[in-house]
Design a protein around this ligand. Structure first.
Ligand SMILES: NC(=O)c1ccc[n+]([C@@H]2O[C@H](COP(=O)([O-])OP(=O)(O)OC[C@H]3O[C@@H](n4cnc5c(N)ncnc54)[C@H](O)[C@@H]3O)[C@@H](O)[C@H]2O)c1
Length: 449
């Protein structure tokens, strides 16, 4: 089983991790540590299903395992199925945190590997080292709002990264490749239209959903061309504890927790169907153990809620009056909308129901559990999230600005004082290294440099 040399990350060693910050920004460090008093108090959240383990499956790689949905799945697989070895493979992007799986650190059937799905070498190394036979592919750039500003990154990770994984999986000979997609690939669904089945046309409307649909095309091509044993799942919106607070539900919870106003994009009328994280884990577990290779499954909820309704429900849970327009307006303000915002998505889950899965958590109950978790842990879990809670944060790598701060940054070639200091230090270190090499060569001509 996995070499565990990449585990046991000490708080002191990794806090800050040698990352550099430019001015007026927050640098999020996914390796940063939440004190044991905090993470050991956090409830250990998994799904609820358990099936007969598959006899030909042993070593499972989960991409994006330090992110939201995959961390739930990793905890569930590791703890429910000691028969499987689980390897969480994650680049540790700005939205990830190792706190999501720290509770598994001493489990013999769990390992973490830091790696990038767009790196052929990283993926190959992990597949070989852990003798992987199954891949669950969650890793993605997942935030629609950011895809309007940084769309190359979405194509690179979601399309090219998926291609790299597929190609490596083919060469390595995996037995199952489960690809996690989204209901957004179908595009906008009219209010009076029927729910869409798995055979409906894909018609994505934003760079995120287009990249997910493109990734699906590549998955399907590998199924057809190389007989890669793939299953694709298309899930509704997911919410629950451990979701990075850039997405609407945790963001609004944290804003109310701080006594701040909720800034709603547009008029708040678009609706989404919501699945509690524990329910999607059960759905994935069901599909893994009972699903048919080569098939596509919608994972669908019936809880359809508008953004305005989310505000009302949260104000209710926080005990803040919201029944009159004046009361509501005290806590909710509207900002400009996304460049384009699908009004609603609606998928039909009958195919998965035939495998025996149905969502168990009612939206109101799930929301209360989620609020409770964020009130206790939300401020510490990811580090300083203040800039993430602003209406249109800008993210580059692991660094976050408000939009205004980012607009005020010096343009390329026009370095600010902090950037000048970093550039000068790099140059000085380079010169120092060069002169010491020269000195070594002069004094020890036989030395291998
Ligand atoms: N959250 C939802 O509502 C939802 C709904 C349907 C489908 N999905 C899909 O589920 C998957 C997981 O979504 P999520 O909300 O949990 O995402 P997330 O943003 O919380 O996590 C994504 C994870 O992927 C990792 N990652 C990003 N780029 C990587 C790379 N190049 N190499 C390795 N790791 C990388 C990140 O570090 C992070 O841990 C995505 O594929 C998303 O499209 C999400």
């Amino acid at each position: 089983m996995p070499d565990r040399s990449t585990r046991s990350i000490s708080p002191v060693e990794h806090y800050g991790g040698g990352m550099k910050r430019r001015r007026d920004s927050t640098l999020l460090n996914p390796k940063s540590y939440v004190a044991p008093e905090v993470w050991t108090q956090a409830p250990l959240l998994t799904g609820t299903t358990k099936f007969e383990p598959l006899p030909n499956i042993k070593n499972i790689m989960v991409t994006g395992g330090a992110g939201f949905i995959a961390c739930w799945f990793v905890r569930h697989l590791t703890l429910t199925y000691p028969e499987y070895n689980v390897v969480s493979f994650d680049k540790l992007d700005y939205c990830a945190t190792l706190n999501n799986t720290r509770v598994l650190d001493n489990h013999p059937n769990f390992a973490f590997e830091q790696g990038d799905i767009t790196s052929d070498a990283d993926v190959k190394k992990c597949l070989r080292k852990h003798k992987i036979d199954t891949i669950f592919h969650f890793a993605a750039q997942s935030h629609v709002d950011l895809s309007f500003g940084n769309s190359y990154q979405f194509t690179n990770t979601n399309v090219y990264g998926t291609h790299v994984l597929l190609e490596r999986a083919r060469a390595h000979g995996v037995k199952r490749f489960i690809h996690i997609s989204t209901d957004e690939v179908y595009g906008d669904v009219a209010d009076d239209a029927d729910d869409l089945s798995e055979t409906s046309l894909l018609a994505p409307t934003n760079p995120y959903s287009a990249s997910k649909a493109a990734a699906e095309m590549m998955v399907n091509a590998y199924r057809k061309s190389f007989k890669l044993p793939v299953i694709t799942v298309r899930a509704n919106n997911v919410y629950g504890p451990h979701q990075f607070p850039e997405k609407i539900i945790p963001k609004f919870i944290m804003l109310l927790h701080r006594g701040s106003k909720l800034l709603v994009h547009g008029d708040g009328s678009p609706t989404r169907r919501y699945l509690y994280a524990g329910d999607i884990v059960d759905a994935l577990d069901t599909i893994f153990h009972k699903g048919v290779i080569g098939q596509i499954y919608n994972i669908a909820s019936k809880d359809e809620v508008s953004n305005t309704e989310i505000c009302h429900k949260l104000l209710d849970i926080f005990g803040l009056p919201h029944s009159t327009p004046e009361e509501f307006g005290k806590w909710v303000e509207h900002t400009e909308d996304r460049p384009f915002n699908d009004h609603r998505y609606a998928t039909d889950g009958a195919k998965l129901a035939l495998l025996g899965w149905y969502p168990k958590t009612d939206f109101d109950d799930g929301l209360k559990m989620t609020v409770d978790w964020y009130r206790r842990f939300g401020e510490q879990w990811w580090g300083d999230i203040s800039r993430i809670l602003t209406p249109f944060p800008v993210i580059e790598g692991n660094e976050v600005w408000t939009r205004e701060e980012h607009d005020a940054l010096p343009s390329d070639g026009e370095l600010g004082p902090e950037e000048k200091r970093i550039a000068w230090t790099k140059k000085a270190l380079h010169n120092l290294q060069a002169s010491s090499d020269t000195f070594e060569r002069r004094t020890r001509p036989d030395a291998a440099l």
